[in-house]
Write a protein of this length. Sequence first.
Length: 104
Amino acid sequence: MANKSANVSVRVAPEIKQQAEAVLEKIGLPVSVLIDTLYRQIIYTGGVPYPLTVPKLPTRDTMNDNDFNAMMEKGYSQAVAGEGTELDAAFDDLRKGIKHGVQG
């Protein structure tokens, strides 16, 4: 195995660093391993190994009050009618999409 002696130095917003490191700690992945893995994937794929796109999902900032209220009413009505997805099933679907590179 190659000797790991190169350093990477970056600046990020403190709250972003804290939140990301908290997630990594929960899954038991040191930051150095994540960066090493990312660099390896860049080499293997010949580019950034995930899409760098702006999501096309609506956000509160991009919606007017009528559209937002309609979306919330629809969600509420679906919840009352039991037309939802169990939490575990929803996360399973998300994981499958991530695994297979599906974008929403």
